[in-house]
Write a protein that binds this ligand. Structure first.
Ligand SMILES: *[C@@H]1O[C@H](CO)[C@@H](O)[C@H](O)[C@H]1NC(C)=O
Ligand SMILES: *[C@@H]1O[C@H](CO)[C@@H](O)[C@H](O)[C@H]1NC(C)=O
Ligand SMILES: *[C@@H]1O[C@H](CO)[C@@H](O)[C@H](O)[C@H]1NC(C)=O
Ligand SMILES: *[C@@H]1O[C@H](CO)[C@@H](O)[C@H](O)[C@H]1NC(C)=O
Ligand SMILES: *[C@@H]1O[C@H](CO)[C@@H](O)[C@H](O)[C@H]1NC(C)=O
Ligand SMILES: *[C@@H]1O[C@H](CO)[C@@H](O)[C@H](O)[C@H]1NC(C)=O
Ligand SMILES: *[C@@H]1O[C@H](CO)[C@@H](O)[C@H](O)[C@H]1NC(C)=O
Ligand SMILES: *[C@@H]1O[C@H](CO)[C@@H](O)[C@H](O)[C@H]1NC(C)=O
Ligand SMILES: *[C@@H]1O[C@H](CO)[C@@H](O)[C@H](O)[C@H]1NC(C)=O
Ligand SMILES: *[C@@H]1O[C@H](CO)[C@@H](O)[C@H](O)[C@H]1NC(C)=O
Length: 730
């Protein structure tokens, strides 16, 4: 009876305490604790603090819990701070976040007395009236007075991988303390990873990105008064006026720091992070798409991030997934690889024999050659008279895993890092040591067998080629003669043939590279290889057929498409005069006459108006800029790349922001998070109109003046929606 009463009272008490916390307060005081699913929530409800598990948890580690702060109003888990980065607790029920007797905020696990994590405030500073408050800025502050003004400790001083508006990544000149932001270990593990960003310890007013705290792979360049020399786009005058962003670089006798703030009433969430891929990025939450949009990324060249692809892999710039394992190697952690984190690198499939068991006549290791590369780091110079000697010396030493010979013999021992592939103009090649079973057989056959086989193959190929070409020609001419407006579904092999194996590159747009091709009836076409594409085949066909039905004199015409495995290609009509930007800013010797400029401006407007209002499904372009306007032989403008924004879905934001300068044409609502409508295209069109008239890049002109004027112009009610129409009608 008494025991049941006691347990009843106990559960009631528990219930009450839960009740207390579920009314989420923003303050934790000395006699309270946080456990299980209890949270602190900032007054405006934007941030929450409590136990969490990373969304991208690696399988088999679901007993890892952390204390952290996240955005409370966003459906995508977005952690901005983690207390116990490297030391998880196994379950939140037996763990507590409390204020200890000495006034520190501590995390206790498994009912133990010794904390797993503590704020480590010095003794005698904190006392029993200490409390912890989660502020609207996302800052967790330990204080002990009623005005919240004495900061004993704050999470803004304890950086993880996120830089929130208002916090200072500083260097203290008196104590020498440098604050660093350190990336997560991988997407499922907040433990400190290999990449960090901090102020230059040499005292230069610049931030540097480091690998393993030792190798600098990117620097902002010195602060020049209103921007960093290496990042001119990140300056207040380059941002939209009234966007609510302010930047401040402070360098006085006590400390140096940079800080950015976002005007609160904008109701937008902005954060800067150091990603597990080593990239420093600034992201804005966009309500319209319910996703984070990246609007700033450095370094621009992904392959320049030290160790971005880990060991035994190669990095290819301008490729959607830029890391790939070398032949004979496989991803070490395929799960991480899928999450765009390649830093763990690749491992060997078959161990090297390395001359072992040579008495047993087993095959020696062999070499696999990769041409046009940037050689990996940490090469060792070896004395060798020629390439053969270089190879033999490498074979003899079991630690040698690759060599390169360019007059000097270079060896690599144990691991290969930062090998970059497909460097135009590079004469370097590297030979990678592999077990013989990884490479096709040769050498052991008698010479006449080889000759016989080669001879046979040549005869066969010849015959096949003749058959193939006659057949192909027939089919094309048939295919094209249909001429009923339907799209051609090309085979990848055919496109390879038509473009001479993608040899003549016309350019690289935001969605991929474009190559010149010739159809059998001598029609010239532009073949676009889409990058960063993750849609299924069915959806791709549906979207492409929508685009294919759109015909307008000012819109580029789609001839056909190709979809093979993960590859997606689009075949467009070819525009001999190239893109508008070449004529406006490029090396082109003839300047466009006013008549032509007028024809271009109205033509684009007609094309856009058709896309927005006259098609069956209204299409937003989302990326109007001179690079996407093509000109035919008589300078009739054609809008290119329409419909691709939808085709690429969310990844579009990545493409959009990876293009330098695109931001100049972006409507403010991309950043402010308001709904994106066709008006965003109108804004970009307006920006472009300025360039057509002035012949100068919007980027380079006194931006603020232009934009003030432009925003005023666009907001003028009489022009707001009509500007396309009036131009189109005139
Ligand atoms: C908690 O501590 C007890 C004894 O101190 C131990 O037996 C148990 O395994 C611990 N549990 C966890 C999850 O660490
Ligand atoms: C705690 O310390 C602060 C400043 O040192 C002091 O103002 C406050 O009265 C102290 N509170 C208690 C309960 O001792
Ligand atoms: C201090 O913080 C608490 C919790 O957010 C808040 O209720 C209180 O009004 C604050 N006091 C002052 C003087 O700002
Ligand atoms: C950057 O500033 C530091 C110190 O102010 C100076 O020594 C250095 O030469 C500067 N670097 C460049 C590239 O101007
Ligand atoms: C990072 O540096 C430390 C010492 O400076 C070294 O022990 C460690 O192996 C390095 N990590 C990697 C992944 O190379
Ligand atoms: C070769 O064999 C020896 C012992 O038989 C072994 O210790 C060594 O690791 C082997 N080397 C390789 C590359 O497998
Ligand atoms: C080498 O020979 C030993 C026994 O003689 C055998 O155990 C081992 O697997 C062989 N190693 C290789 C790589 O063939
Ligand atoms: C192989 O290379 C390593 C690294 O330079 C060296 O220490 C070792 O002595 C070499 N072994 C032989 C057999 O040459
Ligand atoms: C070979 O490559 C090294 C390293 O890049 C370079 O310093 C050297 O000049 C090259 N030698 C020749 C003969 O090209
Ligand atoms: C975004 O959505 C949130 C929640 O629906 C809302 O509170 C906020 O005002 C919206 N922001 C903008 C800029 O529309």
């Amino acid at each position: 009876m008494t025991t049941s009463l006691a347990s009843c009272a106990l559960s009631l008490l528990l219930l009450l305490s839960l009740q207390y916390h579920s009314q989420a307060s923003d303050t934790l005081t000395a006699n309270q604790q946080l456990s299980e699913n209890q949270k602190l929530i900032s007054q405006d409800g934007n941030f929450a603090l409590g136990f969490f598990q990373p969304a991208a948890l690696v399988e088999g580690s679901n007993d890892k819990w952390y204390i952290g702060i996240w955005y409370n109003k966003i459906p995508t888990q977005t952690i901005v701070w983690v207390a116990n980065r490297g030391k998880s607790v196994s379950d939140p029920v037996s763990s507590n976040l409390i204020i200890s007797g000495d006034g520190n905020l501590v995390l206790l696990a498994n009912h133990s007395k010794s904390p797993i994590w503590s704020t480590n405030i010095k003794k005698n500073i904190a006392n029993s009236s200490t409390k912890v408050v989660l502020h609207n800025s996302g800052n967790l502050i330990v204080t002990h007075d009623s005005t919240n003004s004495t900061v004993l400790w704050q999470s803004f001083d304890d950086f993880t991988d996120t830089w929130l508006p208002g916090s200072k990544l500083s260097r203290n000149k008196k104590t020498g303390v440098i604050k660093r932001m350190v990336s997560w270990k991988d997407r499922g593990d907040p433990a400190p990873g290999l990449f960090s960003i901090q102020l230059d310890p040499d005292g230069s007013p610049q931030y540097i990105l480091l690998w393993n705290s030792s190798i600098v792979y990117w620097a902002t360049g010195n602060w020049s008064g209103n921007a960093y020399t290496g990042v001119p786009e990140l300056s207040p005058t380059n941002m939209y006026p009234n966007s609510g962003y302010t930047f401040q670089f402070v360098d006085h006798h006590v400390e140096t720091y940079f800080m950015y703030t976002v005007k609160n009433d904008a109701q937008t969430f902005t954060r800067a992070i150091l990603d597990v891929s080593g990239l420093f990025q600034t992201l804005v939450w966009t309500n319209a798409s319910q996703a984070w949009t990246t609007f700033f990324t450095q370094p621009k060249a992904k392959c320049s991030v030290y160790g971005v692809c880990g060991e035994n892999s190669k990095c290819t710039e301008n490729d959607a997934s830029s890391c790939s394992c070398l032949k004979g190697f496989t991803e070490k952690y395929p799960e991480n690889w899928k999450l765009d984190d390649h830093t763990a690198g690749c491992r060997r499939n078959v161990p090297l024999k390395c001359g072992n068991n040579s008495s047993m006549k087993t095959k020696q290791d062999r070499f696999y050659v990769i041409n046009s590369v940037k050689l990996p780091d940490d090469a060792q110079k070896i004395d060798a008279a020629n390439v053969r000697a270089c190879e033999l010396t490498c074979l003899k030493n079991c630690s040698c895993i690759a060599y390169s010979y360019n007059g000097t013999c270079w060896f690599w021992y144990n691991h290969l890092m930062n090998l970059q592939d497909n460097i135009g103009g590079s004469t370097y090649s590297i030979s990678i040591r592999l077990d013989a079973s990884e490479l096709p057989n040769s050498g052991t056959k008698k010479w006449w067998v080889t000759i016989f086989i080669i001879g046979g193959l040549i005869v066969l190929c010849f015959g096949a080629a003749i058959l193939y070409f006659t057949h192909r020609k027939q089919r094309y001419i048939n295919g094209l003669n249909h001429n009923d407006g339907s799209l051609i579904n090309f085979k990848y092999r055919d496109l390879q043939f038509l473009t001479s194996n993608f040899s003549e590159r016309l350019g690289a747009g935001s969605f991929g590279s474009v190559f010149k091709g010739v159809l059998p009836d001598a029609t010239i076409v532009a073949v676009k290889k889409l990058e960063g594409f993750h849609q299924g085949e069915k959806q791709f066909r549906a979207e492409v057929s929508t685009i294919g039905k759109i015909h307008h004199i000012n819109l580029i015409r789609l001839h056909g498409f190709c979809s093979k495995g993960p590859m997606r290609l689009l075949v467009y009509e070819y525009m001999p005069s190239g893109s508008l930007d070449k004529h406006l800013f490029g090396s082109s010797t003839t300047t466009l006459s006013w008549k032509i400029r007028y024809q271009i401006a109205t033509g684009i407007a007609k094309g856009l108006a058709y896309l927005h209002e006259e098609c069956r499904d209204c299409i937003m372009h989302c990326d109007i800029k001179p690079q996407n306007i093509l000109l035919d032989a008589s300078f009739v403008p054609k809008v290119a790349d329409f419909g691709l924004a939808k085709l690429l879905g969310r990844d579009f934001s990545r493409v959009l922001t990876s293009m330098r300068g695109t931001i100049g044409y972006l409507a403010p609502e991309w950043i402010s998070g308001e709904a994106i409508t066709t008006k965003a295209d109108v804004f970009s069109y307006g920006m472009m109109l300025f360039e057509i008239i002035s012949g100068k890049r919007i980027w380079n002109i006194q931006r603020q003046a232009w934009e003030h004027f432009f925003l005023w112009w666009l907001r003028g009610s009489f022009l707001k929606e009509k500007c396309i129409h009036c131009l189109a009608l005139s």
